[in-house]
Design a protein. Structure first.
Length: 481
């Protein structure tokens, strides 16, 4: 089954074929939006019908000018406002009287949200940015879902939801400045239930017929006088001329009694729908709020799980370090400079010292890892930048951190932004200030130094002399920006 064409595809098809059926599809899709906007501004049904007819005539005339990416509902909303303004300019006095009468009527109906905001809605919508206004029109006037809105606006569902929420808050603030206090949730409910009014029977068909008659359907250009004449006609005369001029194009037989009955039924159904949706509005608002809160909690939970894993690793390392703390102290007291060779009688003591030295190296590695974790947490809270010294990152150390070394024995060698490092597993951000003498092969003195890298791992590197680390470090250090 072929999917329904979107608005721009329909306009493209209409430009190519001048098909009445194609244009009728466009009218049927958007006539509710145009008629409702016109009715809110001109206050009278016959004037709203004339405005609706004029807007679609202009759409037919400008069909060739639309480009890809244009949101048709936004164009129709702006054009409706302009046409309604032109229509009302000629009847300015009557417009004032009717507006005063309408406002009096709304006030007499009590505190119904729609009754309070309807007289000011179009002015409020006109004050929104184009993107915000299109988002509100697509959501509440065309009943699009968030996925469809995001696609139309060239973004995703989350961004579309945020834009709608911001637009509702702007509308709410506008009404509040006009003395109409209403919450954003109630405003959303009122727009959902009442923004698009029931269209009079036959209006879509009559608009299509009028457009076909106007000459736009035949590809000719209307003169200004002909357009003014057509938009000035009332609904019944427009239908009569259309039927005479376009043979069998559209058959419209409207009996006044039948129209009255249908309108009465529409009003009854609208009242019943309002009662049903009134109880549903709060539930919809709660569900939306709950979804937003759930997304926030999920993001926070992911961060917590990551930190828990790192803390658990530190706890395991702390348990191992506790076993070797005393041996570490004893080894530091025993190791003295200048020891190069050991007699065979001392081999067992050397093996023992090597084992202890191994545990010292492990302790230094874990000490480096603890500080590296604190650096990452600090950077996460400070736009990715490394701390200037150990004191700045101290509050980010895990509670279980075994602070068995003096931070003065180490130094931070990178103070830039962590995420700018291209190969974090190869770049040193922290090191031991001075190398320490280690147990090497017989007749040979070895020096060792602890390093911490940008990806969070630590290494012990050895060299034959205290100055033998320079070339190795040069390949693994970058300057801070």
């Amino acid at each position: 089954m072929r999917p329904a064409m979107d608005d721009i595809e329909l306009l493209r098809e209409y430009r190519a074929s001048r098909s009445e059926q194609v244009f009728a599809t466009l009218v049927a899709r958007h006539v509710g939006l145009v008629y409702s906007a016109a009715l809110r501004q001109v206050r009278e049904q016959h004037l709203a019908e004339e405005v609706t007819q004029t807007v679609f005539i202009r759409l037919a005339q400008k069909a060739r000018t639309f480009r890809e990416g244009v949101i048709l509902s936004g164009w129709l909303f702006r054009t409706t406002r302009f046409v309604a303004s032109e229509t009302m300019r000629t009847e300015n006095r009557r417009r004032r009287r009717e507006q005063e009468a309408m406002e009096t009527l709304y006030e007499s109906q009590g505190d119904a949200p729609w009754a309070r905001i309807a007289p000011l809605l179009d002015e409020a919508m006109a004050g929104l940015s184009i993107a915000d206004r299109n988002a509100v029109l697509l959501r509440f006037f065309e009943k699009k879902n968030l996925k469809e809105i995001g696609h139309a606006l060239g973004t995703n569902e989350d961004a579309a939801q945020k834009r709608i929420t911001r637009a509702l808050e702007k509308l709410r603030s506008f009404f509040e400045r006009r003395g109409k206090v209403i919450s954003a949730s109630v405003l959303a409910g009122a727009l959902t239930t009442s923004a698009v009014q029931a269209v009079p029977t036959g209006l879509a068909a009559s608009v299509t017929a009028a457009v076909m008659l106007s000459g736009a359907a035949a590809g000719s250009t209307l003169t200004f006088g002909a357009l003014k004449f057509m938009t000035g006609m009332n609904l019944k005369s427009a239908v009569a001329v259309s039927v005479c001029a376009v043979t069998a194009a559209t058959t419209l037989v409207l009996e006044s009694k039948q129209v009255s009955k249908l309108r009465a039924k529409n009003q009854l159904l609208a009242a019943q729908m309002g009662e049903l949706q009134k109880s549903r509005t709060d539930e919809v608002t709660l569900v939306q709020a709950g979804n937003d809160e759930l997304d926030r909690l999920r993001r926070e939970a992911a961060d917590v799980y990551k930190l828990r894993g790192e803390v658990a690793q530190l706890r395991r390392e702390r348990t191992e370090l506790a076993k070797f703390a005393k041996e570490n102290v004893r080894l530091r007291q025993q190791i003295k400079p200048g020891v190069a060779e050991k007699s065979s009688g001392e081999s067992e003591d050397i093996d023992e010292r090597k084992e202890v030295e191994k545990q010292v190296f492990i302790a230094k590695l874990n000490y480096n890892k603890g500080w590296l974790l604190a650096f990452m947490l600090y950077a996460e809270a400070h736009e990715g930048r490394m701390p200037k010294d150990f004191a700045e990152a101290q509050s980010y150390l895990p509670i279980e951190f075994n602070n068995q070394y003096d931070p003065a024995q180490f130094e931070i060698v990178y103070h830039g932004v962590l995420r700018e490092i291209q190969n974090p597993n190869m770049i040193i951000v922290m090191r031991e200030k001075e190398p320490t003498q280690a147990l090497g092969p017989p007749s040979q003195v070895t020096w060792a130094r602890a390093y911490g890298f940008a990806d969070g791992h630590a290494e012990i590197h050895s060299a034959p002399t205290p100055d033998g680390f320079a070339n190795w470090e040069k390949e693994r250090m970058v300057s801070s920006q």
